[in-house]
Design a protein around this ligand. Structure first.
Ligand code: PMP
Length: 400
């Protein structure tokens, strides 16, 4: 009965790793996947995470019962505090409902399914470009996806006029997906002043902000600074939807830990929203996994462990920033044609190099360097040892 099934293409991002794994070259370099690597090119488990896991294992009173549909209560409270700020009036007024979901992707999906069922406007505007999974998540949840201009290839920076024009032309009430910080794939974020203008425009038109926060702490190294975009929207008292992921900032990728928060206008509305979120979640996966959320809650509820986390997070962010400088310096030293200053200006895990699909294919073929065909490279996959190889490859790609 399945004989006629057509083979599906590999995922454009995860497929890069599939191709990388098949390459026997000892010099191969995977800059496709958005996961942090050490200077030695190894995945990193944070010390504070190991410590929290040890505490969980040693606690013999812990059992493996099901969590409630909305997940671990402590985790939800602490996640809301992390993104909205410990002194957020919205939290104090109980206007926020937070549910534990399956990392960032699952939080986006639950949020989108909820909006498709209960929000009057079904169009969501996503930035052009955006993370490749966004359009699929939203379409399959029942929303209709449109784009707004975001990136200007000529300046390799923000097309701010384009953002404002397109949001201004959006129908009143439309949903707008915003990357809270460290925009993926471009590494280009609005300034705080620009965020404020975006907020004013969106509120004046009644557009609903849906923040994707997958990199809190990774952009600047400061958890609070990276949450400013979200916080200015919450501070005006209006509604806001936020998907949070702990994949990158706590290195909990495979544990699938995330949260969806919906900020409402009153505590009563928030509790009705939560009751409907439960109806979305229950038939999808019943309730979320316990281990990863327990790690996060253990860390966030202890001030020493939280501090230790921020230090380790900052070290990851700083290593990425140093990779930007080293790659930029290496290209300068080689006199590689073109302006490469965007490598140091862009923010977060990725650099949107400006290399085209042909140049990317050349670098993969000749230099065994793997990245997505849009020219996005993960700075977290680079090290001092591999920067020269990448600089050689980029130089060759733009000069041959
Ligand atoms: N949003 C963005 C912008 C991302 O880059 C990612 C991870 N690549 C995610 C969401 C979701 O990641 P996860 O489901 O692993 O938390």
């Amino acid at each position: 009965v399945f004989a006629n099934i057509v083979r599906a293409p590999e995922d454009p991002i995860l497929g890069v790793t599939v191709a990388y794994n098949k390459d026997p070259s000892p010099n191969k370099l995977n800059l496709g996947v958005g996961a942090y690597r050490t200077e030695e090119g190894k995945p990193l488990v944070l010390n504070v995470v190991r410590r929290a896991e040890q505490m969980l294992v040693n606690d013999k009173s812990r059992v493996k019962e099901y969590l409630p549909i909305v997940g671990l209560a402590d985790f939800n409270k602490l996640s809301a505090k992390l993104i909205f700020g410990a002194d957020s009036p919205a939290i104090q007024e109980n206007r926020v409902t937070t549910v534990q979901c399956l990392s960032g992707t699952g939080s986006l999906r639950v949020g989108a399914e909820f909006l498709a069922r209960h929000y009057h406007e079904h169009t969501i505007y996503i930035p052009l470009p955006t993370w490749g999974n966004h359009p699929k998540v939203f379409t399959l949840a029942g929303l209709s996806v449109k784009t707004y201009r975001y990136y200007n290839p000529a300046t390799r920076g923000l097309d701010f006029e384009g953002v404002l024009d397109d949001l201004n032309a959006a129908p009143s009430g439309a949903i707008v997906l915003l990357h809270a910080c460290a925009h993926n794939p471009t590494g280009v974020d609005p300034t705080l002043e620009q965020w404020e203008q975006i907020r004013q425009l969106m509120r004046s038109k009644g557009l609903l902000p849906f923040f994707d926060s997958a990199y809190q702490g990774f952009a600047s190294g400061s958890l609070d600074a990276d949450a400013q975009s979200v916080r200015i929207f919450v501070a005006d008292g209006g509604e806001c939807v936020v998907a949070q992921s702990y994949a990158k900032n706590m290195g909990l990728y495979g544990e699938r830990v995330g949260a969806l928060s919906i900020v409402c206008r009153s505590a009563d509305v928030a509790s009705r929203v939560e009751s409907q979120l439960k109806l979305v979640i229950r038939p999808m996966y019943s309730n979320p996994p316990i281990h990863g959320a327990s790690i996060v809650a253990t860390i966030l509820k202890d001030s020493n462990m939280s501090h230790e986390w921020t230090v380790e997070l900052k070290a990851m962010a700083d290593r990425i920033i140093s990779m930007r400088q080293q790659l930029f310096d290496a290209l300068q030293a080689k006199d590689t044609p073109g302006d490469w200053s965007h490598i140091v200006k862009q923010i977060g895990m990725f650099t949107f190099t400006g290399l085209n699909a042909e140049q990317v294919a050349f670098m993969t073929r000749e230099y065994h360097i793997y990245m997505t065909s849009d020219g996005r490279i993960s700075m977290a996959g680079l090290s001092s040892g591999t920067v020269p190889h990448l600089a050689d490859a980029i130089h060759a790609a733009v000069t041959t």
